[in-house]
Design a protein around this ligand. Sequence first.
Ligand SMILES: Nc1ncnc2c1ncn2[C@@H]1O[C@H](COP(=O)(O)OP(=O)(O)O)[C@@H](O)[C@H]1O
Ligand SMILES: [Mg+2]
Length: 293
Amino acid sequence: MPEASSPRARVLTSLNLKGGVGKTHLCWLLASVCQERQLRCLIVDLDQQANITQSFLPDHVDPTGVEMIFEPGADIDPQVLVRRTAYDHVDVIPVTGHFARYDLSHPEHWEKQRLHAALADALSMLVTEYDYILLDCPPRISLASYAALCASDYVLIPLEAADWGARGTATVRAVIERVQQRDNPQLQLLGYVVSKFKRQRLFQGSYLRQIRDSFGEHVFDTLIPDSAQFERSVDDAIPITLHSPSSHAARIARRLFDECESRIGRAQEEHVGVRRRRRQSGAPAVRPTVARR
Ligand SMILES: Nc1ncnc2c1ncn2[C@@H]1O[C@H](COP(=O)(O)OP(=O)(O)O)[C@@H](O)[C@H]1O
Ligand SMILES: [Mg+2]
């Protein structure tokens, strides 16, 4: 009988080309629920704005961070970059000011040296230590976000129910497809999460309907409201499930997490079904190619 493989983290990327749409906040909420449920979570901060780093590591002065993973030719043990936070189930790989130099903007600058595979390689050494690994991306397609997609099982696209809210998502989907075809066939879109939703504003309801019409079942049922409680939790740098455990906001965070898990469950069942059908039809298995250098 084959040996049971050790449990492996689910790796999720939060990505959109727009800033301020709640990419970092999604990671913050999911980590908050991990802490509450005693699930081990690692967040990799890939955005030079360093919001996750500042929230979880307020006294961070360490000169080393995620850029070490991307240094050409670097053969680094990613464990040395992992920082413990005040929350015993949440670790962070921080970003530092040095990352600007490494977060290249053009594929030709990273493809030759296959720098986009570096993050997948590094995380492959950490996946058995965590239940979830969350990758917080900058608001653009660059080496950091491309490498995040190469290293991930799932992508979450947060967006606002507003004019221009869905703009840029076509580019994100095109890049996801490119990564699926060339680098990481395991990658799946987990869904669009409508964030900062202002229920009392009528026009937001009509934008929400447009988003649901365009993206169908890919849109999460859970809406993240624009809420002062969320803002306070970020200001106080205390994850919402600990900051205000019985608040509506904390319940939303748990609902979001549960929906992620049930979508992951469905995605895995589909994946197993596809593999089984492929085996039965005699077609060759599709293997990930990115983490091989
Ligand atoms: N649902 C929400 N309710 C209130 N404030 C929010 C919410 N989501 C995000 N914010 C705040 O909005 C700002 C932008 O969110 P953030 O997650 O940093 O966006 P991004 O990472 O996409 O740039 C932050 O100050 C964050 O605290
Ligand atoms: Mg951010």
